[in-house]
Design a protein around this ligand. Sequence first.
Ligand code: ACO
Length: 380
Amino acid sequence: MSTAEKTFSKGLEGVIAAQTEMSFINGTEGILEYVGIAIGDLASKSSFEETVFLLWNKRLPTQSELEAFTKDLRSHYSLCDAMKTRITSCPIEAEPMHVIRTMISSMAMDDSSPNENSVEAAREKSMRILAKTPAIVAAFDRHRRGLEAIDGDPSLSFAANFLYMLNGEKPTDAMIRAFDICMITHADHGLNNSTFAARVVISTLSDVYSSITAAVGSLRGPLHGGANEGVMKMLNQIPSVDAAEDHVMNMIKNKERIMGFGHRVYKSKDPRASELMTLAKQLAEDTGNIEFYDKSNAIEQVMEREYAAKGIYPNVDFYSATTYHCIGLKLDLFTPMFVLARIAGWAGHVIEQLEDNRLFRPTTDYVGPHDAPYVSIDDR
Ligand code: ACO
């Protein structure tokens, strides 16, 4: 490509950097599909396990395929002793996202062939990372509460098992379904920043663990998956529903970003936000948390009035905050929930990249000086 043909797009906006068969996004009309199936249909009819199969195989499973896939996933629910020791060696003040990133990285040391990059090996490693990360999150949270880790229960679904390992008791069906829907809606989303990070790393033929570790690091940023914690902090700062408007208007006046709003691709309401809004309302009513939902709704109305013309609407993080709060999760476990789900997407993209790899190596537009003199240190 000649220099004249090269274009610079800050933040790579609008640049197509990969092909995928996993998710389709139409940001103008607010459409999200996984392998052609609308996210709303998957949220209401599918399970997280079936959704992961769909993303990794580009088709829905038969009954027996789903059973085999689920059995395989459940066989990896528990952690080895070395991992449990590493988790209990973490300082209890550590942020869960730092612990998760470190523990996923450390999983390479429990693997006898961590650098094996065949598509088949990548699928097996992905299955283990997907199955074990909930146990890592639950074990660390219990460790900081002074409690023993609980081994996974292979009779439980992904969603039920996580809540069981975290709380030590079987969750209600309503909680399981709500959590499952959160997992489905967060599973994949095109070439978002963390997925791009995962693809960039695996494109060097590094290894699956390095790739997913990089993605976790990316996701925790407040402009990406970390925004759900920012939303909850904002909701906690607003004393009542009536105070929501003044609070948001003050933030706007101070040129602060309102977390949970805006998206690089969606210029209409994120369809995942619509799904989670319904879920958050129901859960908030059931758990006596309706004020959080009402505050969120009041913020959305102010933002609609002030920002809709700029194409800034609620994104997936906005109503997931209230949803996770109603499920009883601590604030610093909100972004880790995004990790649990998005491993499905990251792994699927790693597999796609390995199937047709080419090293990512974009270029820079050099804007510095040329022919500059080297001035000796005594003369500077
Ligand atoms: N609140 C207030 N203003 C906003 C917001 C917001 N949430 N989002 C964008 N804007 C404004 C910017 O200030 C900027 O205004 P200007 O043109 O007057 O300077 C304009 O919209 C464009 O902003 P950019 O940051 O250039 O747009 P980008 O496409 O990079 O935005 C982003 C995407 C980073 C997500 C942004 O909307 C944002 O910061 N949102 C808040 C954080 C958030 O919720 N992140 C989660 C995104 S979803 C996800 O990753 C899972």
